[in-house]
Design a protein around this ligand. Structure first.
Ligand SMILES: Cc1cc2nc3c(=O)[nH]c(=O)nc-3n(C[C@H](O)[C@H](O)[C@H](O)COP(=O)(O)O)c2cc1C
Length: 363
């Protein structure tokens, strides 16, 4: 896939060929004021959340913000960052900060990528993109061929959604799976959401009518393509080891943003055991609760190659459309560069485990 220089967003679009990301990274100039002024008012990515909330109805907001069951994993993802303390170095020449890195043979300007996220039509008119339709491909072989023909430079396979979890907020809101093919309501051209067609079914999810994927599926996928295969949703050393044994090209440590199995802990807590198991043989990425440059710095110090975000860019999308997505990435990238300068690490190669300590533990 030909990629323009500007955005890591596009690179991830390429990487997660099967995910509904395409379009998020198309270059676009900032909007005229007053929308333009509003776009540049948020000081950090978290400021986009209330702006998105103001534009969304309760149903769409809860779909975006919510987690599963008691939302413990959702909260843990953020809370765990506070237990990790940075150990900045001084008198390092930081007059130039270089955020670039390399992933699957492609140079990234910065180690921030956009996660796959379904349901963008429910957040913004026409927010979804064509790639989601690929998921309906009849066989894995045909699907892989379709991705290759589209010029995708990798395949991201999400492992943690073999069932849709119990999401209280969606049940209260009658966010019903009968709404459409994908189970996600779609806004019309005026930005209106349809009424649920079958509200009494809310919360009743069907069981899978066919066997769910296994490691055999990964081996089959491996045999079908030379594209990098990234497995998303790994949380243990055991599964990381199986990734290595089955020819996987990269891992995303993820708990689906706390939206699937609850009580699995924060992803930043799972990262060290996955990194330890992988021993640098394949890149380990991570998502879940990344909202600050310092969050990213901590993950890089613990061995992540890059981080991914979902809700922050979805907030940007809901509040401002595409320029909002770009602004969110820009804010995070700027914060990371500044934090690297303050921590005495001028480039990613200078970041290692010594940059952090865990609160209460000896270094
Ligand atoms: C609204 C929404 C929809 C999502 N849809 C998908 C999806 O279709 N496929 C997938 O692999 N992950 C999906 N995710 C999970 C994200 O890819 C990601 O793992 C997680 O949200 C990252 O945490 P963060 O939102 O705190 O950044 C979704 C997340 C949200 C918030």
């Amino acid at each position: 896939m030909r990629l323009n220089r500007r955005s890591a967003v596009k690179r991830l679009v390429a990487m997660v060929g099967a995910s509904p990301l395409v379009g998020a990274g198309q270059t676009q100039t900032a909007p005229e004021s007053p929308a333009g002024e509003a776009l540049f008012e948020p000081a950090c990515v978290m400021d986009f959340e209330p702006l998105a909330k103001a534009k969304l109805d309760q149903l769409a907001y809860d779909y975006l913000a919510g987690g599963s069951e008691d939302e413990v994993s959702l909260r843990d993802n953020r809370a765990a960052f506070e237990r990790i303390i940075l150990r900045p170095r001084t008198l390092v020449d930081v007059h130039k900060i270089d955020l670039s890195t390399e992933l699957f043979g492609q140079k990234l300007e910065y180690p921030i990528l956009l996660d796959p996220a379904g349901g963008k039509n429910c957040l913004y008119p026409d927010g979804e993109n064509v790639v989601a339709r690929a998921a309906a491909a009849p066989t894995m072989r045909a699907f892989v061929k379709q991705l290759e023909d589209q010029g995708c430079s990798g395949i991201c396979f999400t492992l943690d959604i073999m069932y849709v979890s119990h999401r209280d907020r969606n049940i209260h809101n009658k966010f019903d799976r009968a709404w459409g093919e994908t189970g996600i309501p779609k806004r019309d051209s005026q930005g209106r959401l349809p009424h649920p067609r079958n509200p009494e079914r809310a919360g009743i999810y069907p069981s899978r009518p066919f066997p769910t994927p296994t490691w055999e599926t990964v081996r089959e996928l491996r045999s079908l393509t030379k594209l990098p295969i990234v497995l998303k949703g790994i949380l243990t050393a055991e599964d990381a080891q199986l990734c290595l044994e089955n020819g996987v090209s990269g891992i995303i440590v993820s708990n689906h943003g706390g939206r699937q199995l609850d009580h699995v802990g924060a992803t930043i807590e799972a990262l060290p055991e996955v990194v330890e198991a992988v021993k640098g043989r394949i890149p380990v990425l991570i998502d879940g609760g990344f909202r600050r440059g310092t969050d990213i710095l901590k993950a890089l110090a613990l061995g992540a190659k890059a981080i991914c975000i979902a809700r922050p860019y979805l907030h940007g999308l809901a509040a401002f459309g595409q320029p909002g997505v770009e602004r969110v990435v820009e804010l995070l990238r700027t914060e990371l560069a500044l934090d690297m300068g303050l921590a005495g690490v001028p480039n990613l190669a200078a970041i290692d485990r010594r940059l952090v300590r865990i609160r209460g533990e000896r270094t």
